[in-house]
Design a protein around this ligand. Sequence first.
Ligand code: FES
Length: 268
Amino acid sequence: MTSTATRPRGARARAAIAAKTLRTDRWWFAPLITVIGLSAWVAYATVRVFMHNNYWVPEHHYLTPFYSPCVTERCVEGAAHFGRFLPGWWIIPDAALTLPFLLLFRLTCYYYRKAYYRSFWLSPPACAVPDGHKEYGGETRFPLLGQNLHRYFFYAAAIISLINTWDAILAFHSPKGFGFGLGNIVLLVNVVMLWAYTISCHSCRHIIGGRLKHFSKHPVRYRAWTFVSALNVRHMQLAWVTLGTLALTDFYVMALAAGWFNDLRFIN
Ligand code: FES
């Protein structure tokens, strides 16, 4: 029998059976749900990013994360915390400084890689189901070699989470000064979930606890690593939950900005 090490590239070591797979369960369900979920989210986010309106609620300083920070000439005064230095062309997202990094952070995420390799590329669609391609090249060639940059996108995502946190703090506002409403809860929950997803990242776990020979000599890093590791086992769930909180937060801010309903206010 040919070993994995000596097997020619692309050759399949598979028993000679006629059936495509012997699995009789609904192995196709998870890839199908993934395609539907990710496609729906990307469609919603794309439409929202290029709408270029209804992203800011001036009375309460609510800013949707899809437009944070707002950096084009088109941005309204209060939403542009970092200046308006990019041209207001339709094709340029108002958060053009951050969205590409967030997209790359998620695209190179270990969990999303598994999800879209299986569901969109069928490589393979499930365990014990043949790959949809004749050849398997792994992540050894361009463009998939770029997946190794994930650690650097993690640093960018951590900075962007700080910006989102700042947005959530600024949102405790009303025309009378301090204010607190349902929008604050929506923004806060989103930010907490974004932090949970970001620090549960596999790269973060390695940055915190990797390359150490003795945990006993680094008790602080060990405690941080233990915390991150506990979150890390929920990384897949957090990946999906944050897609939900991002879309929900954006939709809530859009609804308020468009005047579809008013924010439920608890204080001012
Ligand atoms: S592994 Fe998913 S965000 Fe880093």
